[in-house]
Design a protein around this ligand. Structure first.
Ligand code: BLA
Length: 527
């Protein structure tokens, strides 16, 4: 039912992923409390990896196990030393061949946040793989894309390189949209698999906590969805914080999700831009697959390089757009002035948009942000351009804006979702961009003028992986509980009550326009 579905999604968002007291079985974990070198946490499988039982190490200082810890890190001016290794640090530190004994060679990955330090042990890179794992990031990934085709090509090159480096069946670049949903924008895959390229997935597929963890961790490996997790034992019932852990056990819901998708191993990399999660790179494999840490790190490096390309491309485009808009805005301001002069001279101030200057103004206004309709409104007057609303509707819209919004520039591509009466005219104004300009009058009071732009409803075809309304979860009758959706069949939605979204550049132009109008009108008064 609707209720249990909602309840399930709330539970998903509540799951404290970093509090799970278990790891995946591909290594072992030791840990303690920030600032204290005593071992408080040890995974139950410790004996399998170093030959010493977890019971024996709990309560001991780490140096009882590793007398020379921390070992020097070659080639760095590292701040790791005997006094501060267990203190909070943003960087994870890899110690190669930390253990070298009868059980083989193990690397140690040290991480420490404000609560906990962790030392995770994983098999060292086999000598045969050293050559590949330490190859530099391919040069062509460093190229800066300047055009749309360059940008697409760059993404494809990354996905192809990552598939070659990881040996996974499928590598996808998954980009988050403003509404939290995600879309597969690039894909590299084995030729016998069906593509996911262009498919959209609802936001609930990746809960917020999982996204937050990706801001702190560059990669996440799930080597085998069928593997049993290994418990972490603790000294005096302390709880281990696995925020920075590489081996953290996987959420059961997500394991079911991957199994439903036919995936046995998954590896993902975060794409973080300006402190926000821009997207993920998701890799799938049909069989268990465990890559050495050095290989994962090298792949994360490639992903990191790609984020520079994303940032560079975005900034370049923005700059081009800002420069390109100057001329247009100056023309628009001229048209605005001409229209006002002509309307005052004929003593029909802001009344009808029938004169030639006002037609010029209309064209310039509409093209500034590629709108179909626009209006210029102040306390007393309304002038409309293009496909517009009637005056009652405009007054209502303005009243709503004034009561609900503080921003001087506001945009939505789904007005009726925020302001239900707008359903009535969704065909003309599903998208609204509003710019408010305060104006000092000659008597010193402030009056306000608002520019409104509208975009019509755009029937938009969205390819969802499964029906997002029905298939997010399903009821497992046998297990008597809810499970993540099991259908990933392509499902087509023709969305309504949305306009073409306003782009960054539309907003930039609107803001720039506002600043110039503001300057012009207030300069006029001060003269
Ligand atoms: C995690 N969900 C994830 C991750 C991805 C997805 C990429 C990161 C971990 C990983 O790389 O496997 C989703 N994977 C996708 C999508 C595609 C893909 C969309 O390949 C598209 C091609 N999942 C649900 C529901 C819940 C849920 C309803 O569908 C609610 C409980 C949970 N997803 C969930 C959890 C994690 C997750 C808890 C974190 C898993 C972990 O890190 O332990």
């Amino acid at each position: 039912s609707e209720l249990s579905l909602q309840g399930f999604l709330v539970e998903c968002e509540r799951e404290q992923l970093h509090r799970v007291q278990a790891i995946q079985p591909d290594g072992a974990l030791l840990g303690g409390v920030e600032g204290d070198p005593h071992i408080r946490f040890a995974s139950a499988n410790l004996a399998d990896w170093i030959g010493i039982a977890w019971e024996e190490v709990l309560g001991q200082p780490l140096t009882a196990l590793l007398p020379d810890f921390p070992p020097p890190m070659p080639g760095t001016t590292s701040t790791v030393n005997a006094e501060n290794w267990m203190h909070s640090s943003t960087e994870k530190r890899l110690f190669r061949h930390l253990f070298d004994g009868a059980f083989g060679s193990l690397d140690g990955l040290l991480s420490c946040n404000e609560h906990t330090w962790l030392l995770e042990l994983e098999p060292s890179l086999p000598a045969a793989q050293q050559h590949d794992a330490y190859r530099p990031v391919p040069h062509h990934l460093y190229r800066m894309p300047y055009t749309e085709p360059d940008w697409r090509q760059q993404g494809q090159a990354l996905a192809d390189e990552l598939r070659a480096a990881t040996g996974f069946d499928r590598v996808m670049i998954y980009r988050f949209r403003e509404d939290g949903c995600g879309e597969v924008i690039t894909e590299s895959l084995l030729s016998n698999l069906s593509p996911y390229l262009g498919l959209r997935y609802p936001a609930s597929d990746i809960p917020q906590i999982a996204r937050t963890l990706y801001l702190r961790n560059r990669h996440r490996q799930i080597a085998n969805v069928a593997a049993s997790p290994v418990a972490i034992h603790s000294h005096d019932d302390a709880q281990v914080d696995l925020t920075l852990s590489d081996l953290r056990a996987v959420s059961p819901v997500h394991l079911t999700y991957l199994k439903n998708m036919g995936v046995t191993a998954s590896l993902s990399f975060s794409l973080t831009l300006y402190g926000r999660l821009w997207g993920l790179i998701a890799c799938h494999h049909h069989a268990p697959r465990n890559l050495p840490l050095a290989v994962r790190e090298r792949c994360a490096e490639m992903a990191q390089v790609f984020t520079l390309a994303i940032g560079g491309y975005q900034n370049h485009r923005r700059l081009m757009e800002v420069n390109g808009s100057d001329h247009e805005i100056v023309n628009l301001l001229d048209a605005l002035q001409d229209a006002e002069v002509s309307s005052t001279s004929t003593n029909r101030h802001l009344k009808r948009a029938s004169t030639t200057p006002s037609q010029t103004l209309g064209r310039a206004l509409l093209s500034l942000v590629s709108a179909e309709g626009a209006a210029l409104v102040d306390d007393k007057h309304i002038i409309t351009f293009g496909v517009a609303l009637d005056h009652v509707q405009i007054r209502e819209q303005l009243a709503w804006l004034q009561n609900n919004l503080v921003d001087q520039v506001f945009a939505t591509d789904a007005l009726s979702a925020l302001f239900p009466p707008a359903v009535e005219y969704a065909d003309r104004a599903s998208g609204l961009l509003a710019v408010r300009v305060g104006r000092f009058t000659h008597v010193g009071a402030q009056s306000e003028r608002t520019f409104l732009w509208w975009r019509p409803e755009q029937p938009r075809t969205v390819y969802w992986a499964g029906d997002p309304r029905k298939d997010v979860v399903s009821f497992d009758a046998e297990m008597q509980h809810l499970t993540p959706r099991s259908s990933f069949e392509r499902w087509i939605e023709t969305s309504s009550r949305h306009s073409e979204p306003w782009s960054d550049s539309d907003l930039l132009r609107a803001k720039k326009f506002r600043n110039l109008v503001l300057r012009a009108v207030n300069a006029e008064v001060l003269q």
